[in-house]
Design a protein around this ligand. Structure first.
Ligand code: GDD
Ligand code: MN
Length: 377
């Protein structure tokens, strides 16, 4: 087998037959297979099986009963199942033209790169298939932000967000990847310095059906980016910082509506504590929830208790600092906030999301630790 074409699918039934037909035609001179990794809730698996029966090349289906990692998780599952080390990843909706596959393969066969990226933003590449102006803006903006965060690893890549690329799986360490959502290429590129080439391609319109991109995917992307670049602690800090701003805004609004200021401060603090817990749970500690010793309500109780204690303790500490060190109250408050932040992070990691003994075994710990400070450039 010279090539495995990995196609993640989520409810793409009307696209399967046409995709297989065009891929088969494009790779007719190559020994290739198609691996569908499917998380669908509709009849897509049945359609894939039916198309596979008469396809001119091997078509395999991995249907994931309990999908993890979304689109990216599906791609990694595809890499693991592929017959060939050389894998092309493409979407199942024909926005990525199968006719470009041979060009990706030929570029790889020159032997000087591990990854060939099909880019919308190089040469006569084209992002025409992006649904509307706002998607174009989001795509452009997030590409810029990502390149700014990984200036060296992404030096040769104009389109780190593309879902169309060829990779030699021997060049990636599958176990260090932590796929979450759409940006699997970014995950691969950010983990390790890779030898990369790019080829232009025209991002086409969807053949049928609708995009599964969503606002939630956008949030996942931002979380992924921050975690890749700075590790857990800075993501924690950003969410905490946003929480602090929200706290003040809510307090200000309540006071404007005539609520007395101490009451306003308490209400806004409690609202922020709850929102903050939910955000940390979803974006920062999502990979530690499953193997934590306590359930979600206990975790919430611990976090809420800690934050309320912190609130109560910080005030007298500020007074103490002002009186003994004779520094301004604002600086004193700043110092306590900083110390509280570090303590809170440690408390969350070690107490709220305390891991079961089984999860602490080296094999389970490694992929998680590998996420921290990975970009060493
Ligand atoms: N298995 C699986 N699981 N597949 C999924 C999932 C999932 O949770 N979510 C989406 N997919 C599949 C879709 O069925 C489709 O085949 C492919 O992943 C891409 O999803 P789309 O819904 O078509 O996304 P898009 O067109 O908005 O975005 C694509 O193009 C962008 C620009 O190149 C993706 O490839 C993005 O990653 C890419 O940035
Ligand atoms: Mn698409």
């Amino acid at each position: 087998m010279q090539l495995s074409v990995v196609v993640p699918t989520f409810n793409e039934a009307p696209n399967v037959a046409e995709l297989v037909r065009r891929v088969a035609l494009a790779v007719r001179d190559i020994e290739a297979e198609i691996v569908f990794v499917d998380d669908s809730t509709d009849d897509t698996p049945a359609v894939i099986r039916q198309v596979a029966a008469t396809a001119p090349l091997p078509v395999r289906l991995i249907h994931r009963e309990s999908p993890t990692g979304g689109l990216g998780g599906a791609v990694v599952a595809g890499f693991k199942a592929a017959e060939s080390d050389v894998c092309v990843v493409m979407d199942g909706d024909l926005q990525h033209p199968p006719e470009d596959i041979p060009a990706l393969l030929h570029r790889h066969r020159r032997g000087d790169v591990d990854l060939v990226v099909a880019s919308r933003y190089v040469g006569d590449g084209d992002a025409g298939g992006l649904a509307d102006r706002s998607r174009v803006l989001v795509s452009r903006g997030s590409t810029l932000l990502t390149k700014a965060m990984f200036p060296i690893k992404l030096r040769d890549v104009t389109d780190p967000m593309t879902g169309f690329f060829l990779v030699d799986r021997r060049a990636i360490d599958l176990d260090t990847l932590r796929p979450r959502g759409f940006k699997i290429l970014l995950e691969i590129l950010a983990r390790k310095v890779m030898r990369v080439a790019e080829l232009p391609f025209r991002f086409a319109d969807r053949h049928a059906g609708e995009s599964k991109a969503s606002f939630a995917q956008g949030l996942h992307f931002l979380a992924q980016l921050t975690a890749l670049r700075f590790g857990k602690m800075s993501l924690f800090a950003i969410i905490g910082g946003l929480g602090a701003i929200a706290n003040l805004v809510i307090m200000w609004a309540l006071i404007r509506f005539g609520v007395e200021y101490v009451t306003a401060a308490i209400i806004s603090a409690e609202v922020t504590i709850i929102a903050n817990f939910l955000a940390q749970e979803r974006f920062v500690f999502h990979d530690m929830r499953g193997s934590a010793t306590s359930g979600v309500w206990t975790r919430f109780a611990k976090a809420a208790l800690f934050n309320n204690l912190e609130l109560v303790v910080r005030i007298p500490v500020i007074t103490l600092l002002v009186h003994t060190w004779h520094i301004s109250s604002v600086i004193a408050a700043g110092i306590t906030l900083l110390v509280a932040f570090v303590v809170r992070f440690v408390f969350n990691s070690l107490v709220v999301y305390r891991q079961t003994d089984a999860a602490k075994q080296p094999s389970a710990v490694q992929p998680r630790d590998a996420a921290e400070g990975v970009d060493t450039v």
